[in-house]
Every structure is written in C-alpha cells, then in structure tokens.
Design a protein around this ligand. Sequence first.
Ligand SMILES: [Zn+2]
Length: 553
Amino acid sequence: MPRYLITSALPYINGIKHLGNLAGSMLPADVHARFRRLQGHEVLFICATDEHGTPAELAAAEAGEDVALYCAQQYKIQKDACDGFRLSFDHFGRSSNPPNHKLTQHFCETLEKNGLIEERVSKQIYSIDDKRFLPDRYVEGTCPVCGFERARGDQCDNCQTLLDPIELIHPRSKISGSTNVEARDTAHLFLLQPKMQERVRAWVDKSAEWPPLARSIAYKWLDEGLIDRSITRDLAWGVKVTQNGKVRAGFENKVFYVWFDAPIEYIGATVEWAEATGNDWERWWRTDKGAGDVTYVEFMGKDNVAFHTVSFPVTIMGSSEPWKLVDRLKAFNWVTWYGGKFSTSEKRGIFMDQALELLPSDYWRWYLMANAPESSDAAFTLEQFQSTVNSDLADNFGNLVNRILRFTASKFECRVPDGGEWTALEEELWDEFSTRLKDLTHFQEQMDMRKAASELRAIWAAGNGYLQKAAPWMAFKTNANAAALGVRTGINYVALSAILAQPFIPDAAKTVLDAVGAPAENRTWPNASNKNPFDAPPGGPPIHPPDLPFKKI
Ligand SMILES: [Zn+2]
C-alpha cells in the first residue's frame, strides 16, 4: 500500500487567511489526507507558515513590532484558525525554524558544488536617506508595462507583471517615501536554471499524473526558457547565506530570497515533525532511505504551479541527491467575493476567524468543497452559501439522520430492531449505493472535490428516498417486521452516510457515528465489493439521537 505525503501551499505569515486561501489549498489537502487515512494508508500531512520576505518585514514595521515577535504572534493566530477548521496537519511548521535554515543552506552549498550557483554583481535600488538597499516591496514606483503608479518592486498589482525593482520608473522608498534613490552595485547569488532546463523538461514529460492545467503551466515556463534567477536579497530577516558552513564573505547583510527557502520548508516542517515526535523524516523524503513507496501529493492555487513544477524541482534535482519529487498535484482557481477579489489588504471578504465566529467549521468546509474552484473561478455569495447549507446539510443529510434516529428512540427504545427480510426496495438501495460508492471513491482518489461532494449528496438523497418508500412509521402499526427492516436499514445507511462524510464534515460525521455507536474500527472507508454493510446485526449499543447536526440558516 503506498504511503501518502501530502502538502498544502504554505500560507504567508502576515494576516489571517480568507476563505479563498482556505479553499485553494489547505482545505482540499485536508479532505484528501482524511480520505487516504480512512482508506488505511499511512499519511503524513504537512503545512507551515511562510515567514520570510519583505511583506512580513513591512507588516511588522507598520505594527511597530520586531519582525520575529510579529511572526510568532501571527503564527499563533493562523494555527488557531487552522485548528478551528479541523485541518488535520500532522505538523504545522514555520519556515523561520532552524531545520529550514539548515536545509536551505545545504541546498545552496550543494547546488554551488554542482556548478549551478554563480555570484554576480548587479544593480539594486539603494535609498540614500534610509541608508540601505530596497529589495522587492521596499520600493514602489510606476509600472514600466502599464503605467500604474503604485507598482511594487516585485510585481505590478494592476497588470500582474513580475518586476525587478530596477525596472520601476520614478522609484521611491516604501520606508521613508524618499525619492532620493539610486542604482548601486551589490553582489548576489544566481541560480543557473537554464542548465537544468532539459532535465526538468524530461521529468515533466514523465509526470503523467499531473492535471492538464499544471502541465501546461510548466511547459509554458520551459518553452519561454528558464532564466538565471537571483536567490539572495539585501535584508536582515531570513536564512543567512553560508559557504562551507560559515556566513559567506560579503553576504553578512544578506539572506536568501523567500521564494528560494519557502518550498524547502515542506522538508523543514517534516524535520520539525520528526524532532517533535521521535519519527524518521527521511523515510518520507529520501528515496535512498525508504521513500520509494511514497506518493507525494501537492495542493496549491494556480499562481503557485510554476514554482512547484519548475523552480522547486530545479533546486532539488539540481542537488543530484535522491530527494522525493512531486508525483501528483492539484491546482485550484480562485474563489471570488461576489465576482470580485477577496482582498487581505483591503479586508474584503470573509476571513477564517470571522467565519468560525459565525458558524461551525463544517458548514464552511462543505460549501467551499461542494463549490470548489476547480475548472474555473467560483463566486462566493452569502445567498448561495445559505441555500447550499440548507438544502444539502439541513434538508438532506440532517433530515436523514434526524427522522430515523428519533423514530428509533421513540418506538424501539433506542435499539436496532430485529426482524424482516430484504425486499426489492433494499436491493435497489444497495445497488444504487454500491454504484455511487465506487464513483465517490474514484472522485476522492482523483481529488475531484465538486464531483465527490455531489456523489455524497446523492448518497444521502438515496437514503431519504428509501425511507420515503419504506415508510417504517406507517408500517409500524400494521407490519412489525417491515417496520423493523426499514428502521434497521435506515440506521445502517445513516452510519454509512456519515462514514463517507468524514473527509468533508468531520465534526458532524463524528457526532452521528457516536450517536449510532459505530465502533472506531468500523469507521474506515467501505469497499463497494464488501458483503452488504447495511445488514448489521440488531442489538449493540443504544442509539441516542443527537441534536440536529445542522440547523437551517
Ligand atoms: Zn503594470
């Protein structure tokens, strides 16, 4: 049985994430991790905060705080929100922790030994008034492409062009606003990506399990030709640049560029996990140390695909060491707020902490995955959220659970009743269930969130349809055996429905499974070829109907 290493793109440290961020990587990664665990696979689910770079420094400065302290506070806030959403990470690390520093330095030194790093002097913007270089977002100016006047040094938010600060027209310091700036020489390390171009292409050619979107983005980058890429910055907060284990001469005031060290934190966070738990991290990451049976799955937004399919692979393949490379990846489009952008800086949309103050996490989890932005962007509206929750969770799943368990409590003294033989009605339900279970399993394996949610919804509806026809509440007065059969089938079907719902709505599923007394070992993913799972023997623990798991909004 393959083991699954699952990573979600790392949320950036400053600011609580909005529902679009959640839906585009962390939540679907959690659904997949839960599904693979239920199938019995050994799973390691890793995420972390991405803490370096100029946005963190600028946000800390704006808050009047030391950047390390600021990041520690923000980490706690994000960790709490992830816990609130029941994101079942085996470890939620920090890219500023020591393992990532060590690994990043190791990769750079190894790449240099392999002839893939070159030190070069280049021009950077220097602020005379601030007495420092202004990398990336420390400088703003006019976009050379579209003329937007508030373009940032690393990117124009108006036309999305990636920029080098030196290209900005009328540059000014983000720190002091000073325009007293000039281009000065400074040394930086460059990763010679073109030397890896053909090796990366050959690897992408073989990556048959990637979705078309990911392959086309990777090929677009490769076809345009990789360029030598600067991987260091004139900054204080970050991973120090070393050579032979010591700070590199001339690089005392420089650190690695955040985009170089951030993906390495997937490995770094695994080391953090191993150190915290006494486990072995290398059997997940090193194919020479047991990772040969690992399937590595990455989840990310579409803007991150190139970094995961080209940039990070250049780093790890360039080391010529036997690191695990991504096998399968799943990329998402955007969730929009009424068709516009969710915006952290402008506080537009719903953010993870606010969502949890309004309603339990299952409501959001279900809606966001049932409407996942898979083939195109998906608009979030409160109206659609309300109608989805009411029809799927309250009227469909909630109703199925509620009516059969309450009836069992009131007429059968909270026990699964004995009596009755299967009729065509039960056969029909079983046929539909096993077909849909096969499809649901397939969609979950393919990480097709919308289709999986839709299949689960149909499974719940089939249970309601059965109860409508079997109507044990009618049969109760005239045919005790028929009523017992209907109730018994209904209870077993509720249990199965809840088992299959666990990846999407783990809290509600647990409430229902506890209510029907399902033993922990029976909560694993069922197999469509199993013998009939809804003819569980009568008796067993008493059934106490739970509070309605979902209330109408
Ligand atoms: Zn622009």
